[in-house]
Design a protein around this ligand. Structure first.
Ligand code: SF4
Length: 395
């Protein structure tokens, strides 16, 4: 069984380091220009250089998205930008436009060019065409592919395939949606999607208002398809979410890292182990999930029709360890917790350990029963070794 690369998103340098420390083989990120997700806190060239150096130290790689659908004026400075990415040590650029593919191949042949999911590749002939005619090194398959599509494309083409395993889905075809453009004048294909599908709308049947609804899709969670995707020979598993938090990146990357490693070692896992891995993944998630298109067309079950189904606040994240002094961790808090709560510690590359919080003190040395306020420093004794940077969450 081929062990694929685990490819994680990063919206800023801190999340990039976190993704690598928690087990990503590669991280994709966007620069300040030429990238979708322009609202994500994108990387300067210096940030990209530093991310590449950090990745190299940890045997990981950096991929940079240049996935806008460019209009004539959008090419200015692109050639120089590609050269700067090459010099920074970037491994691959993720590209949606044939014009940028051609420019990248001509200007920086040392860089791999990956065809973005924005091109909606759902069949082997299209993947083959892109490899032979455009010299593409990898095809990021459309999220709308079924498991069977992925198997066939991967088996019949020599080009590497990359498949999404977790994260947000578009209710329209990814990259072929103009809801945001029409409603907010923010171009979804030039980095501006306002996620208009997730707003609340009045739904009328005749003249009767049947209540508020959204068109938003549940997030993809392919935990039960991972073994099949590995057997199919997919080269890279991609997690969506450059806008997501550091806690999300750490917990989702870490959970899939453990799952992929265990399947690579033992083959298909028992139901009990799969339940455990699913629980770990869901500890980082704050939306409902579905298996996307992997089991066929995503139907009504894959939609979040009512707003109250959506965006459940994830209160699990208690905070990040800032420092450790003689068995006592200083936690920068996020969500409330109390004496008697059971907390788990996530540490890069380590299994999760848990303990009961038996004591806590604020910065003035006052003993507390409950921590209520975010971004405070709370000292907690922890009965095992913890490191600065570790994250605590409710069990
Ligand atoms: S509005 Fe929704 S479906 Fe359209 S591009 Fe944005 S997230 Fe995707």
């Amino acid at each position: 069984m081929k062990k694929p690369e685990l490819l994680a998103p990063a919206g800023d340098p801190e999340r990039c380091r976190t993704a690598i420390l928690y087990g990503a083989d590669a991280v994709y990120l966007g620069g300040r220009r030429f990238s979708l997700r322009s609202r994500a806190s994108n990387f300067t060239l210096q940030d990209i250089r530093e991310a590449c150096a950090f990745a190299r130290e940890h045997s990981a790689a950096i991929h940079v998205t240049i996935n806008v659908i460019p209009h004539e004026q959008d090419f200015e400075g692109l050639e120089d930008y590609l050269k700067e990415l090459r010099d920074a040590g970037v491994r691959a650029v993720i590209v949606a436009s044939p014009a940028i593919m051609a420019l990248a191949k001509k200007t920086v042949p040392e860089l791999e060019v990956h065809c973005s999911t924005q091109l909606s590749i759902t069949n082997a002939a299209a993947a083959d065409f892109l490899q032979k005619r455009a010299g593409i090194d990898r095809v990021v398959l459309a999220r709308e592919c079924s498991l069977d599509d992925v198997r066939r494309i991967t088996a019949s083409c020599s080009v590497d395939t990359e498949a999404f395993i977790h994260g947000g889905m578009c209710v329209n075809w990814s990259g072929r949606c103009t809801l945001s453009n029409r409603m907010t004048l923010r171009d979804a294909n030039r980095g501006g999607c306002a996620q208009s599908c997730r707003w609340r709308y009045h739904l009328y049947r005749g003249e009767e208002d049947t209540g508020m609804m959204t068109m938003g899709s549940k997030d993809l969670c392919a935990v039960h398809e991972i073994a099949a995707l590995m057997e199919a020979g997919v080269s890279s598993f991609k997690i969506e979410g450059r806008m997501k938090t550091e806690y999300y990146v750490a917990s989702i990357v870490s959970a899939y890292r453990h799952l992929i490693d265990e399947i690579a070692e033992k083959g298909r896992l028992s139901e009990e182990r799969m339940r455990w891995h699913t629980e770990q993944i869901m500890k980082g998630e704050n939306r409902e999930v579905c298996s996307g298109f992997y089991r066929g067309t995503a139907g009504r079950d894959s939609l979040i029709l009512r707003r109250d189904q959506d965006d459940r606040l994830n209160h699990r994240y208690l905070g990040k360890v800032e420092s450790v002094r003689s068995g006592r961790a200083v936690l920068v808090t996020r969500n409330p917790f109390s004496i008697g709560d059971r907390a788990e510690v996530m540490s890069p590359g380590m299994p999760v350990h848990s303990f009961i919080i038996e004591e806590m003190k604020d910065e003035e040395g006052n003993y507390l029963e409950r921590s209520r306020t975010p971004m405070r420093r709370i000292e907690i004794p922890v009965p095992f070794e913890v490191q600065p940077g570790d994250m605590m969450r409710r069990e």
